[in-house]
Design a protein around this ligand. Structure first.
Ligand SMILES: *Cc1c(COP(=O)(O)O)cnc(C)c1O
Length: 809
């Protein structure tokens, strides 16, 4: 049906009329979207079934990527792209009088993730399928995505994001593959035939219903599966373990409480929050996912000891770390393995990616919660800890301090990172600096115990979504110049280096960026009624709002630039448009206060006619994958300014680089690897290095007051946070921002890096003043970005961690 344009047009018209029962002239953009979805489903159904059959017959090891988040973004455009029919469909629709872009806008953007971690999972699925690797996603089908953000009077307001309201053409409900998940109850231990048996009674039983989404491999017929689980009350034997008395209202309450397990995604707060429902969600995912894997395995009729030859289970951060005790439980209680056997199998099956060194973000569950909700799982964790500590005692006789650092249970809490490291065969960081910090500091004791287990896999991004789909004009231009091999071999983009000084190529790159900037300017005009100058520098910071990401540093700099313009209206600065987009966790007060500050500065600046040609500030609400796809291709400058040592990798940085933006950044996360390729000529580095941050933290020698007192620029902007004037009316508006810096020791070194940041921005102004030179830098950024394709990353996971083979060739 997608073989040629005429054929597609015929199919499309037929499908539209038969599905909707209306003439094609009445079709809306939403109709076009839905019909395309149905046609694609039909087109790939056979391939999907065949891939599954091939995986079954092949009996090779498959990887299951467990993640509490899959920030997959809209599917239509990327599916068309991966099927190789995007242009054909665009042209065909146009001839029928429809606009593909408008149809794409009708798709709701599934917000099933907070940010980088969830987006990484989505990019990995895309790359697994493109490499024809047997790898599937395992997650939760949250009925509500992360909240929808509205800005009202400058404040963030959260609204529910009911992304399923209009149905979801991409999913298939596999009712027949539902599994039971049990919570609560009592464990009964008995001895039979010299073996201990454990049985649970009085538990609450709920169904996990799988919804499968096809993950289409680019340029092949390989189709993997993203399986998302939805919670529903158990049939018949409804025995809620608390409070159920048989009344109908009570039943409704019970029904709601079960459904709440897959209702919403917890926002990633500044600190770990030990909420019971979140623990329930984690176990729900782990138990359902594992049961489904084991059912597939059972069909092979092999001894259970060969499970690791058939399945690799990867956990994206510690959120799904309960797969470790849950696998132990199934192996011992249902497959009748001994402890030693079960432990051996588990440790050859599970691998783990660490995503953070921020200690306040590490998961630690109170024993009381786990014991109450998952009594058998708690027993297993306790036994595991006992055995592990006994080993440690042998190994480090008497070194109590080291043993207590390593223990899985400490005080009244279970440390999920410790559980994940002990229970898996591979632990990886997500950028080389991050992995080194894990080995040398955060997880030093574990590294010394298991040196071979630690490895690095620098994150990556799908160049199909982030370049080919988000920036088709640039993609076409690249292909024109170096041919199309880069599409399957993104590292070939390095061939663009040769054209970095080619005047005609430079002109074309300039033209593409300009078109993208005009498109964004129109979007900003339509949404916010702010007119921005496409010839100004588009300086973008788009990512979750978090103190360590230092949006505050960016704001203080803007305030300083504005102050300068007020002091000296004729100052010769390169016109700038500062663009922001960021969601803050609803309970994260400081982050929300910073959003208000950005919007307040925007208001003051944008209203001031005297600076209208020099400076604009824009905050785009509701950051999401689809907004990122609009924003990033239009950026000139990418803000990657986290406190060194705090951003594990970052992937936003890679997306901007791939679209030709120049980075202003610290030597943090993957910025370090970008810098190693680009050097000082093609990147604007500033600020403390990670070791310096650590030294100051150890010595406690840093005092923000000292900087406040000697640097008049700093004093001016800090005072403006709490004194009525340019940016605040009554003076209390930004008290918490002010205090975070001056009264709470400026934990993230905002003032310390201020001078260096201002200076880096001056270098940007200077460089932008030489357009050809700027574009050369931009081209070199694009050329080197192929290294950050997640295709490259996933190949490393496949060969070094998972040991799985591709169907390619
Ligand atoms: C890539 C991406 C992120 C991660 O950005 P960082 O700058 O690495 O934090 C967050 N949200 C969305 C929607 C993204 O596409």
């Amino acid at each position: 049906m997608f073989d040629n344009k005429e054929c597609f047009k015929e199919m499309f018209k037929k499908e539209l009329v038969s599905q909707l029962g209306k003439p094609i002239s009445d079709a809306t953009d939403a109709d076009v979207y839905n019909i395309l979805g149905l046609l694609i489903r039909e087109r790939i159904g056979q391939d999907w079934a065949e891939t599954n059959q091939r995986l079954k017959d092949n009996k090779a090891r498959q990887v299951y990527y467990f993640s509490m988040e899959f920030l997959i973004g809209r599917q239509l455009g990327n599916n068309l792209l991966n099927l190789g029919v995007l242009e054909l469909v665009r042209d065909g629709l146009q001839e029928l009088g429809f606009d593909l872009d408008a149809a794409e806008e009708e798709e709701s953007d599934p917000g099933l993730g907070n940010g980088g971690l969830g987006r990484l999972a989505a990019c990995f699925l895309d790359s697994l399928a493109a490499q024809q690797l047997p790898g599937h996603g395992c997650g939760i089908r949250y009925r509500y995505g992360l909240f929808e953000q509205k800005i009202v009077d400058g404040h963030q307001v959260e609204l529910p994001d009911y992304w399923l309201q209009r149905g979801n053409v991409w999913e298939v409900c596999r009712e027949d593959k539902k599994v039971e998940v049990r919570f609560g109850g009592q464990v009964h231990m008995s001895e039979r035939d010299g073996q201990l048996h454990f049985e649970l009674s009085g538990f609450e039983s709920i169904w996990a219903i799988p919804f499968d989404i096809p993950v289409i491999g680019s340029g092949s017929s390989h189709v993997n599966t993203l399986r998302l689980w939805s919670a529903r009350p158990g049939k018949g034997s409804i025995k809620p373990y608390t409070g159920y008395d048989g009344s109908y209202y009570n039943y409704l309450n019970y029904y709601r409480s079960v459904e709440s397990v897959s209702e919403f995604l917890y926002p990633d707060d500044s600190e770990f929050e030990g909420k019971l429902l979140r623990l329930k969600q984690q176990y729900f995912l782990c138990s359902a996912g594992l049961q489904s894997i084991l059912r597939t395995f059972d069909k092979l009729e092999l001894p259970i000891t060969s499970l690791p030859d058939k399945a690799a289970i990867h956990i994206n951060d510690t959120h799904p770390a309960l797969v470790i005790p849950e696998l132990m439980r199934i192996l011992m209680d249902e497959k009748h393995c001994s402890w030693e056997e079960a432990w051996h199998i588990t440790r050859q099956t599970v691998s783990y990616t660490n995503h953070t060194t921020l200690s306040e973000a590490l998961e630690k569950w109170p024993i009381t919660l786990v014991k109450q909700l998952l009594p058998r799982i708690y027993m297993i964790i306790e036994e595991l800890n006992k055995r592990f500590c006994a080993e440690l005692l042998e190994c480090y006789s008497g070194d109590q301090q080291r043993i207590s650092q390593l223990a899985i249970i400490y005080g009244d809490q279970i440390r999920m990172a410790n559980l994940a490291i002990v229970g898996s065969y591979s632990v990886n960081g997500v950028a080389s600096l991050h992995t080194e910090i894990l080995k040398k500091r955060e997880m030093k004791a574990f590294y010394e115990l298991y040196p071979a287990r630690f490895n690095n896999k620098t994150n990556g991004i799908s160049h199909r979504r982030w370049l080919m789909h988000a920036n088709p004009d640039l993609s076409r231009l690249i292909t024109e110049v170096i041919g199309s091999r880069w599409i399957t071999q993104p590292q070939e983009m390095i061939g663009l280096i040769k054209y970095a000084e080619d005047q005609s190529f430079i002109e074309r790159v300039r033209e593409v960026k300009r078109i993208n900037k005009l498109r964004l300017a129109k979007y900003v005009q339509d949404k916010l009624h702010i007119s921005i100058d496409p010839d100004s520098i588009f300086d973008v910071q788009a990512k979750r709002l978090h103190a360590y990401k230092r949006q505050l540093l960016n704001v203080l700099h803007m305030m300083h630039v504005y102050n300068q313009l007020k002091d000296n209206p004729s100052a010769d600065i390169t016109p700038r448009t500062f663009l922001f987009s960021a969601k803050a966790a609803p309970g994260y007060y400081l982050a929300k206060n910073i959003i208000k500050l950005i919007n307040t500065v925007a208001d003051t600046v944008n209203r001031d006619q005297a600076v209208r040609d020099k400076m604009k500030v824009v905050f785009l609400e509701n950051y999401s994958v689809s907004l990122a796809e609009k924003l990033i291709p239009a950026a000139d400058v990418s803000e990657q300014i986290s406190t060194a040592g705090k951003e594990a990798s970052g992937t936003g940085n890679m997306k901007f680089m791939m679209n030709g933006a120049l980075t202003i950044g610290t030597l943090d996360g993957a910025n370090v690897e970008m810098y190693n390729m680009l050097g000082d000529d093609n990147m604007f580095l500033f600020g403390l290095r990670a070791e310096q941050v650590m030294m100051y933290n150890q010595s406690g020698e840093y005092s923000p007051w000292q900087i406040y007192n000697v640097d008049s620029r700093v004093k001016e902007v800090m005072d403006q946070l709490i004194q009525p004037g340019r940016f605040c009316s009554e003076g209390q508006d930004f008290e918490s921002v002010y205090q975070s810096v001056l009264h709470h020791q400026d934990e993230f070194f905002v003032l310390k890096d201020f001078d260096s940041y201002v200076e880096a921005h001056l270098r940007i102004d200077l460089a932008y003043g030489n357009p050809n030179d700027w574009l050369k830098k931009s081209i070199l950024n694009i050329a080197h970005s192929g290294k950050f394709s997640s295709d490259h990353t996933i190949k490393q996971y496949a060969s070094d961690i998972w040991n799985i083979d591709s169907f390619l060739l």
